[in-house]
Ligand binder design. Structure first.
Ligand SMILES: [Cu+2]
Length: 85
């Protein structure tokens, strides 16, 4: 199992959270850990599921998957973060 947080644009309310949850529930090989406004955390069984399938389901539900690994770690000092965008 690989736990991944997918960042999502276009989610604005609890309805969006429910819609993303519903979309992800249809994806095989995937366990939903948490869905919040702006992100979904899922555990993927590499044998039966894939991140691409999860992202496709979110996309099909009408939301925008933010590609790339976005780490929401706030560094108090700031300024010297490496950008690998
Ligand atoms: Cu909404």
């Amino acid at each position: 199992m690989t736990t991944t947080t997918i960042n999502i644009n276009g989610m604005t309310c609890s309805h969006c959270v429910a819609a993303v949850q519903k979309a992800l529930a249809t994806v095989p090989g995937l366990t939903i850990d948490a869905v919040t406004i702006g992100s979904a955390t899922v555990s993927i069984d590499p044998a039966t599921g894939s991140l691409a399938a999860a992202e496709a389901a979110i996309d099909d539900a009408g939301y925008d998957v933010v590609k790339g690994r976005v780490l929401n770690i706030a560094s108090p000092g700031a300024g010297e973060s490496t950008s690998d965008a």
